[in-house]
Design a protein around this ligand. Sequence first.
Ligand code: HEM
Length: 565
Amino acid sequence: MDTISRNLLTVLTWPTVAGAVVAYYVTVAFYRLFLHPLARFPGPKLAAISRWYEGYYDVIKGGKYTPKIAELHKEYGPIVRISPHELHIMDPAFFDKIYRMDRRWDKHAWTYDAFGAKSSTVFGLDHRAHKARRCAIAPFFSKTKVATRGQDLIRRNVDKLSARVLGLAETGTTFNLGAAISAFARDVANEFILGKAYSELGLDDFGLGLSVASQGAGVFWRTTKFIPWFGPLIRAIPVSWVMKTADEGTKSFLRYLQQSEQDVKDTLAAVMSPSADESDAVRNTLIHDIIQSNHLPPADKTFPRIREEIATVTGAGFETTANALRLIIFHVFTDKNVLSRLRTEIASAAAATAPSPRGIGQIPLSLTTLERLPYLTAVLTEGMRLSPGIGTRAGRVTDKDLFYGDQWRIPAHTPIGMTTLLMHTDEKLYPDPMRFDPGRWVVVDDSDSASTEEAARRLKTPGADKPPFYAPFSRGTRMCLGMHLAWAEMYLLVATLVQRFDFTVEGATAEDFEFEVDNFGIGTKAGCNLFATATVDDIATTNTYSRVYRIRLDSVEAPLAASVE
Ligand code: HEM
């Protein structure tokens, strides 16, 4: 051992090492509190010093930072420093300043990298790479594609679910309608994107294990945010090991992942084959569009990238849609007033569409017809207000300074975000915010049916006519690509269940379907469950159109003006 090493060892005693560590953290804390570019922004000192402030609510308390952020805004005002590096805003007037089409908007690595899918459209950070990826797949999700191929496919799955419910109604069995809804959302997304029917609606338990496992992924995401090696470590465990010890749910989840991976491989091989089979089965897949796209570099057309893309795009359509549907169906079938208004409206549309000796409940209504029904539109709109897909803040980073009012200059490259769920449940914007009240969106009007249809169309068409503080699919460059598909699923399923069945919900309350935990998506107490007993309803005699409902755009805009002042 030379002299330098010997001297080093005498200096490196435990007390000096501990002292150096303490000095380092004290310096970091001092810098973050007093010298950091965000030092003057309001917020708790502990949050300014360490990410573990958030970690306490997310990891220890289990996904509770979103409600904590709401409390922080009550204490510190509309702009809060929620971590050493990040700001959160709670002001509806600012939503369109962050979630917009112009200028550069990267996603915030802290929120999205933990998914370990950096090359996907959904979770990729880089603005430019995302733009190319989105351009490649956006036409696949267009309104026209959904209205044609999508509608037939959704209708088939609605009929499958209906047939299952009918069988259970005949035996008076209480069953998990919530799991059936998850299976429906998965079957539709998989078939639409991969062209393959996984038919989970045909399984005895509607693939409940898979639903539970996919909701459980929230805990991996939260933990990986704070312990970055956690997710990669779990993913590195060989599937064969996990299969030996896992519960049935996890096993079926893994089997699904393996099957889906194989299907991606097979489809990719079919698309790439020199004797390219241009049959519908191949052309109607997202993989076909990715390979054919002129927007993408070759690196984006490899199997690992495409596998990641398909897994995340299909996954984006599972529990988002299912959560909203469970909440809506719970409220529709536990509130007689909502149910009877819906029945009246749907029965009337059915009678006008196809007068038939069959019961009105048997007449399938087209998507176009359903989209014109204002009360149904209001019910779905209200459902997505309370279940807007994402339970966390959607963090963004831009390359230029932003300004919040006159007082706050937000330096370029500062991660900044808003939480749609908090905006949707802000009592200044939506009085009595947790009440499911489709009446927020409609007024009763006995005279004016033409303007009623026009108003329904405007309410659900993305664009300037939407109330600015309503954004279940987000806005701007990263707005949901599956929104037309999601709307179509909701219209067709809710209308059919209302036309055909009555459900008695067992042992659940409205709260069970509201936000409980931030899983990135919305984690609820009910999870995938909604137990119910079904009876067949014959609404053939109720085809009187007693009232016309008009969308209430005027009145929903009023509170915003008040809040912005
Ligand atoms: C009620 C149902 C749904 C809701 C509320 C919803 C909501 C959202 C939201 C809020 C985002 C933005 C996420 C972010 O900023 O990080 C998003 C993105 C996305 N959603 Fe949906 N979603 C729904 C259904 C679907 C469906 C059915 C699909 C497709 C099968 C889908 C595919 C996507 C994709 C691909 C993105 C990423 C878009 C991009 O980054 O360019 N979503 N969704």
